[in-house]
Design a binder for this molecule. Structure first.
Ligand SMILES: [Zn+2]
Length: 456
């Protein structure tokens, strides 16, 4: 917990915690966290994009010594962040290795702790740069993006000490990977409500983003009779309520009255819809019903509605076998096992394109995140650490278990189509303009415009 405090003081903006991709604060953060990795017995390095990587070798002579299990989360933050989002997952991972090192234990496989250089996407408006580089989903075109000061991503990486020309080589080969594990604060209120310190993540929700416009007729607020109006805001209001009842997690986060005035009937309203669910078909069905609902509202009220699908990204499932082992470890601590989907995006969603993933959520006070008020309990963190160490041993034991089929060396087999030649790593993920099969424009200010308990 002291480490989270020390890390929170490392910032690009004085007075609060802001660490942007490839920034001076990230340079200092990598240095400090690298020291902790070394103290925990790891050899450390930075890769071409600036991910901090600490390696703890397998037990000498282990037949699976070339296999690698990854633990990680991100070290960058949003602006004016809390101290636990991302950082806690990296520090817990280091804590695991520290515990092994202290007991002079090595696992039958190598461990690597990754502090990802970018998950939040604040500086270049495109997220998961760190995990995309590792998973091979980095889009070289992104190197030409410019930050607020006009500096290209390629130059920022160079200044940081990375090598934009070598990003391809940063990719990990799925063949040697056993899996990826990420601990993260929940960023929501479910675990707190259920009274449990940790929960096992079942999937990372898929997401649809839609931009809508209701158009009616502006008019004098005093002279047009109520029965003769085409009030665009009244139509939009009906749509907001329809979204609330649509059966999946849905939010209208933007509602803009064009030319708003207290004495003018709203003639045009722009709004956004963000719908998420761990089940893609349920999400798609809910969104198509809402589309029909918007048309019905418009028809009833003499309005026109324009519906623009901005982005659609599929859900990412956590691996069943890994999650089952993780659940067993939670149960061994005497904790009720709660499975829950993640409504927010995480590095695990990108890593799932090359290796099986599992995630553990820690309860956070009030579900608040992306805000300095982020808070977790020390005893929850200790418990999470115990669960994680137990989990790593369980992964080790799984290697000894007979596998179905004589030559199925992977204890957590990748679904067909994953890894080599499968879904492009990072494809279809929920941030910014370049994410996903439905390439579309990102709405300005979409990601960081809301108050506390914001989700990625
Ligand atoms: Zn995070």
């Amino acid at each position: 917990m002291q480490r989270t405090e020390a890390l929170a003081r490392i910032s690009d903006e004085p007075g609060h915690t802001t660490r942007l991709f490839a920034s001076p604060a990230m340079r200092r953060a990598n240095k400090l966290v690298g020291t902790w990795m070394s103290q925990a017995g790891m050899s450390t390095r930075e890769d071409a994009i600036g991910n901090l990587r600490g390696r703890y070798d397998a037990a000498p002579g282990s037949p699976c010594g070339d296999k690698l299990f990854l633990l990680g989360s991100h070290l960058d933050t949003v602006r004016n962040a809390g101290r636990f989002d991302g950082a806690l997952g990296v520090l817990l991972a280091i804590g695991c290795v520290e515990a092994l090192h202290r007991s002079k234990l090595r696992l039958p496989f190598a461990l690597e702790v990754v502090g990802f250089a970018d998950e939040e996407g604040v500086r270049y408006q495109t997220a998961y740069l760190g995990s995309k580089a590792l998973a091979g989903g980095f889009d070289a075109k992104d190197l030409q993006r410019r930050d607020g000061n006009g500096l290209t991503m390629a130059d920022a990486i160079r200044r940081f000490g990375g090598n934009p020309g070598a990003l391809r080589q940063a990719r990990l080969s799925p063949r040697n990977l056993l899996g990826y594990f990420e601990a993260h604060i929940e960023q929501g209120p479910v675990l707190e409500k259920r009274g449990v310190p940790v929960g096992v993540v079942s999937a990372i929700a898929g997401q649809s983003r839609v931009s809508l416009e209701f158009r009616g007729t502006a008019g004098h607020a005093g002279t047009v009779p109520m029965g003769s109006r085409q009030d665009a805001l009244a139509g939009a209001a009906e749509f907001v309520l329809a979204a609330e009842r649509c059966g999946v997690i849905a939010t209208v986060g933007v509602l803009e009255i064009k030319g708003a005035a207290s004495n003018v009937i709203p003639g045009c309203v722009h709004l956004t819809l963000d719908a998420r669910d761990a089940n893609d078909s349920r999400r798609r069905l809910a969104v198509s019903r809402l589309r029909r609902e918007a048309q019905a509202i418009a028809k009833r009220r003499g309005l026109r509605v324009q519906w623009t699908a901005v982005q659609a990204t599929p859900a990412v499932a956590c691996d069943n076998a890994l999650s089952r082992r993780l659940s067993e470890c939670v149960a061994r601590q005497g904790i009720k096992v709660v499975n829950l989907p993640s409504g927010a995006g995480h590095d695990a969603a990108v890593m799932a394109s090359i290796t099986p993933v599992a995630m553990l959520f820690l309860r956070c006070a009030g579900g608040i995140s992306h805000h300095p008020a982020e808070s977790v309990q020390t005893r929850d963190v200790k418990l999470a650490l115990d669960v994680m160490v137990d989990f790593l041993h369980a992964v080790g034991r799984a290697l000894d278990e007979p596998q179905p089929g004589a030559d199925a060396p992977h204890p957590f087999p990748l679904p067909i189509g994953w890894g080599e030649g499968g879904r492009r790593p990072g494809e279809g993920l929920s941030h910014a303009a370049n994410a996903g099969p439905e390439r579309a424009r990102a709405l300005p200010g979409q990601r960081h415009s809301a108050p506390a308990r914001r989700h990625s």
